[in-house]
Design a protein around this ligand. Structure first.
Ligand SMILES: O=c1ccn([C@@H]2O[C@H](COP(=O)(O)OP(=O)(O)O[C@H]3O[C@H](CO)[C@@H](O)[C@H](O)[C@H]3O)[C@@H](O)[C@H]2O)c(=O)[nH]1
Ligand SMILES: [Mn+2]
Length: 552
């Protein structure tokens, strides 16, 4: 590496700044010898800039309309391309001979200083369309001339995806064919969901991963982190690797969170948790905006990032405790409570949708006096469940109670809503289920595995919650591919099933746990009569909740 070089990233608000802080720390951890630059816009608060300055050598304020040239003027008519153009400012950092741009949602696991030996424009293939490069990691040469040409291209042609990636792929349109040395190995920009699309490769090459990229609407800071266990639980349906997320959170909790400006955190806390009327909240947000000249999406940030007054553990969205009956039957008051596990899949389809749910009204049920420990959870899930279970009549439409969903959405085999209210022992599963004999025959072995469901997910005295959590994760599609649910173990089960030649009923332990695990719940392929309901509701906000229930 010769000349002056830098890693460059970008944040337009305080939330993405958190990503920059973790990224910057991850680069320091692997002892990079390059300088670190973060480009910020007016959306980044002063207090956040102070913290960024502890990690980055240069904090470069950028503004798309600040250079007063004719091209910039023509951008006035294209506000949609603003964020796109903000990234292009990295070409203006001409104090460096070579630079590597890294998205704020990337994480460096190994030293990558060798990237500075590459030429512009070097990048890794995009997982979605490998003839395009992903613009979250690229090597480039700062140059005002290139910057102007990029703006020119943008204003004349636009961007085919509305973002910088489309634009850059149009500008560097020979990348896929011209020069293989400009193709960075995928290990320099591994999408965090890679283990889903090609598990054997992920298993084989995981240790070579140098840079992880958390693409998509859900970012590392949105996930659920538990300060008791120091573990992160990926949000349902995002497909992010738990392992990579854990690294992100470890860095965050160790190096970023302890020095976040308390006044910023305090304001965030106040806004989210005090019992303010919407008007008061608006006023205090206005105050905050006046102070920092920025709107921080408070509720989005706080639940996963700030350890203040989280929901109580027994309010966490998927655990519903009701052990009254069991207690009186067993006569042992000290018996661990039995729990019914309810699984809901709530998938925001876009970033703005996600954001709108994080901006729901404050979690008024949270006691501000509670100590800052416990489980963090996405507020729209927690609050939804909390409201659904306690005051069904006041629920906003997207937070229907389970029994309401049953009443309004069941097409066949309507069960007694009582069975689905909190405290029942029936499991509500998100698994697709075969509903009649012929369908069951058609689905075959894979189908049978897919339609297996844990009959009763009671958490008894002999079974720890983490076992239950693991099963829950499995149901949510967050399979522990590298651990208990490894391909090897699944294969063992498949082999066992094949050799026994029996179809239904198969009485066996959970196929996704080693056969020696005797504590696993009994699992068998679902038979027609056990499926009593499958219901799906699409609510106005676009959140899709799909539930099906199983009865013994
Ligand atoms: O409100 C925003 C949005 C984005 N960014 C910055 O821009 C980057 C790109 O946005 P991101 O949310 O990371 O996009 P991706 O989910 O990674 O989506 C893809 O599409 C984007 C738009 O084309 C490209 O920039 C990405 O590199 C590409 O991976 C971020 O990392 C930040 O550095 C902000 O600072 N504020
Ligand atoms: Mn990104």
């Amino acid at each position: 590496m010769s000349g002056k070089v830098a890693f460059v990233t970008l944040a337009t608000n305080d939330t993405y700044s958190l990503g920059c802080l973790v990224l910057g720390n991850s680069l320091r951890r692997v002892n990079t010898s390059a300088e670190l630059v973060v480009m910020v816009t007016t959306g980044v608060s002063n207090s956040m800039r102070t913290q960024l300055a502890q990690v980055f050598n240069v904090i470069q304020e950028v503004n798309v309309l600040d250079s007063n040239d004719p091209i910039n003027l023509s951008l006035l008519g294209r506000p949609d391309l603003n964020v796109t153009f903000t990234k292009l400012h990295c070409w203006r950092l001409t104090q460096y001979d070579k630079a590597v741009f890294l998205d704020a949602d990337t994480l460096v696991l190994q030293n990558v200083d060798e990237l500075f030996d590459r030429e512009e424009l070097s990048a890794a293939p995009d997982a979605g369309w490998p003839d395009c490069f992903n613009s979250g990691v690229f090597v480039y040469k700062p140059s005002l001339e290139t910057y102007q040409s990029l703006l020119q291209c943008a204003t004349s042609q636009g961007s085919f995806d509305g973002g910088d990636q489309g634009l850059l792929n149009m500008f560097y349109n020979t990348w896929s064919t011209d020069d293989i040395s400009k193709h960075l190995p995928f290990t320099y920009n591994v999408v965090s969901q890679a283990f889903y699309s090609y598990l054997p490769a992920f298993t084989q090459f995981k240790d070579r991963v140098k840079i992880v990229h958390f693409i998509g609407a859900v970012k590392p800071w949105h996930h659920t982190y538990d300060t008791n266990t120091n573990t992160v639980t990926p949000l349902p349906g995002t497909g992010h690797s738990q392992e990579f997320l854990q690294v992100w959170w470890n860095i965050f909790m160790q190096t970023v969170q302890p020095s976040l400006d308390p006044s910023l955190a305090e304001e965030l806390t106040m806004n989210l948790f005090s019992k303010q009327s919407p008007i008061e909240t608006e006023q205090s947000e206005a105050k905050h905006e006046a102070k920092y000249d920025v709107h921080v999406p408070y509720s989005e940030t706080i639940h996963t990032v700030f350890p203040f007054k989280p929901p109580k553990v027994d309010e966490v969205f998927y655990n519903v405790v009701d052990n009254d009956d069991e207690k009186s039957e067993s006569g042992d008051a000290k018996t661990e409570p039995e729990e019914t596990i309810v699984t809901m899949t709530v998938m925001p389809r876009s970033y703005s949708e996600l954001e709108s749910h994080y901006s729901e009204e404050p979690l008024s049920h949270v006691n501000p006096e509670e100590p800052p420990v416990g489980t963090y959870s996405a507020p729209w899930i927690t609050e939804g469940w909390e409201k659904a279970s306690k005051e069904p009549s006041t629920c906003p439409p997207e937070y229907k109670t389970v029994s309401e969903i049953v009443e309004t959405n069941i097409e066949t085999g309507k069960p007694d809503p009582e069975d689905l209210s909190p405290g029942t022992k029936e499991n509500i599963s998100i698994e697709p289920t075969a509903t009649n004999e012929s369908e069951l025959e058609k689905v075959g072995l894979v189908g049978e595995l897919a339609s297996m469901t844990i009959q009763t997910q009671q958490v008894g005295p002999g079974e720890s919650l983490s076992d239950a959590q693991r099963k829950l994760n499995w149901e949510r599609g967050q399979i522990d591919y590298l651990g208990q649910d490894s391909f090897e173990n699944i294969q063992k089960k498949i082999d066992a099933t094949m050799s026994s030649e029996s179809s239904v009923p198969v009485s066996t332990s959970n196929p996704f746990t080693p056969s020696t695990d005797t504590t696993a719940a009994v699992v068998k392929p679902k038979q027609p009569e056990v499926t009593t309901a499958k219901k799906e509701t699409k609510v106005s906000s676009g959140i899709s909740i799909s539930l099906s229930s199983t009865k013994k």
